[in-house]
Design a protein around this ligand. Structure first.
Ligand SMILES: [Zn+2]
Length: 68
């Protein structure tokens, strides 16, 4: 069965992300809602994950975003 709608969901804000054409594994997509970057890790269904350097990034979280 052919699906004409290529969609996935943002891992961060859970918005629906619509692909205009079929992505490939390791493609980088940017959520239009929260502008988070994701990597395509699965194609049927389309699955997104944080880019592989995310864990490293997480350890040294820049404090610039915290507004406390
Ligand atoms: Zn998002």
């Amino acid at each position: 069965m052919k699906s004409s709608t290529l969609t996935s969901f943002c891992r961060s804000c859970r918005s629906r992300i619509i692909f205009t054409e079929r992505p490939e594994i390791y493609d980088i997509v940017i959520c239009p809602e929260c502008e988070e970057e994701f990597e395509v890790v699965g194609l049927s269904p389309i699955k997104l994950d944080w880019p592989s350097d995310f864990e490293e990034y997480d350890k040294e979280w820049p404090d610039a975003d915290f507004d406390d």
